[in-house]
Design a protein. Structure first.
Length: 72
């Protein structure tokens, strides 16, 4: 996961938590829900980045294995 991706997902999680807490403190259910949703978006971005990294690694491994087979 790149630094930009980490920062973006962390920002969403932190801002989402702040909105959620603000909503709880003020009794604003809409703001609280917005915060929860933004936190979920941050977690989803983490998951997508993890999958992307896994696919990159799998492709890299496949290329290396294929090269080894060709070299035999």
């Amino acid at each position: 996961m790149s630094i930009e991706e980490k920062f973006d997902s962390a920002k969403d999680k932190i801002v989402g938590k702040a909105k959620e807490l603000e909503g709880k403190l003020t009794g604003d259910k809409v703001r609280e829900a917005e915060g929860k949703a933004q936190g979920v978006v941050g977690k989803a971005k983490d998951a997508v980045a993890d999958v992307k990294d896994g696919v990159k690694e799998a492709v890299k491994d496949y290329k290396e294995d294929s090269k080894k087979e060709i070299d035999k």
